[in-house]
Design a binder for this molecule. Structure first.
Ligand code: NAD
Length: 274
């Protein structure tokens, strides 16, 4: 399939559908990332804390496509905030990935109770200027964090990667992103699997002869989000890409919008995490 891209606020294009590798070991990453690339994914989402940058790097090296065709994201972890720490953490990530640049570098969490993310962001601005991170962004930032970041540095993140799925739809944050030119990237886009037996999603899946996972992923893309589903099962890796042969109507979309739950988080709350 041809995966659509979104145009980021710095002019770069990012695939709307990528492959996430949280809770995948180095050894497994080397094989499943290869599987994903052969299936058609071009965007890979890792992070230092996932402990699999080396495995991802091996898969990139062995891939049947060139580096230029791939879009690689990694993230600086909470214990490396601050300007110098972040520059060093970035060098270490590049070495593990065996790359000379990443396509997107993210601040993984703002870290509650600390303002160090401001200096971390200044390091990312430098990395972008140096061309070693083609695009820079954040993850798990809430509206006040974004306002502070933009106000203090004048540089708006290209992406905010946040928990987002039909069970937790983040309308307020999405509106802030739209108003400020920040692309919305959904982590745990399938709600970590918790939504796949929801009766409304099962009914929609039946209507289109698709699976609930495919319905959810299509909803993300129709909303303009970037989604990075994770699976280590080859058939599901392919299934999660096979979402372009049906069209949901306004009533189908309303059915999904109604599943929003303000208490529907499956992951940590950035207001207290870190
Ligand atoms: P997800 O919503 O992608 O769900 C993954 C789980 O759903 C899989 O383990 C599998 O059990 C199931 N699944 C996947 N495809 C399926 C299918 N077609 N049919 C049936 N079951 C299926 O959850 P996730 O892994 O938490 O999130 C995806 C990625 O997001 C991660 O791998 C990681 O890259 C990123 N992430 C980022 C953060 C952050 O703080 N920035 C946090 C969590 C996850």
């Amino acid at each position: 399939p041809t995966i659509p891209t979104v145009r980021l606020n710095d002019g770069n294009a990012m695939p709307q559908l990528g492959y996430g590798v949280w809770r995948v070991s180095n050894e497994e990453a080397a094989s499943v990332v290869g599987e994903a690339i052969r299936a058609g994914y071009r965007s890979i989402d890792t992070a230092t804390i996932y402990g699999n940058e080396e495995g991802v790097g091996q898969a990139i090296e062995a891939a049947p496509v060139s580096r230029e065709e791939l879009f690689i994201t990694t993230k600086v972890w909470n214990d490396r905030h601050g300007y110098d720490n972040t520059l060093r953490a970035f060098d270490e990530s590049l070495a593990r990935l065996r790359l000379d640049h990443v396509d997107l570098y993210l601040i993984h969490w703002p870290v509650a109770g600390s303002e160090a993310y401001l200096d971390t962001w200044r390091a990312l601005i430098q990395l972008k200027q140096d061309g070693r991170a083609k695009s820079i962004g954040v993850s798990n930032f809430m509206v006040p964090h974004l306002q502070r970041l933009i106000g203090e540095t004048g540089v708006t993140p290209s992406v905010n990667q946040i928990e987002l799925h039909p069970g937790f739809q983040q309308r307020e944050l999405r509106e802030f992103h739209a108003a400020n030119g920040i692309a919305t990237e959904a982590w745990s886009p399938l709600g970590q699997g918790t939504l796949l037996e929801n009766e409304d999603l099962v009914a929609l899946a039946r209507k289109f002869n698709k699976t609930p996972a495919q319905i959810i992923l299509r909803w993300h893309l129709d909303n303009g989000f970037i989604a990075i589903p994770k699976s280590v099962t080859p058939s599901r890796i392919r299934e999660n890409l096979d979402i372009f042969d049906f069209v949901m109507d306004a009533e189908d979309v309303r059915t999904i919008v109604r599943l929003d739950d303000a208490n529907g988080r499956v992951g940590p709350d950035p207001a207290v995490f870190g």
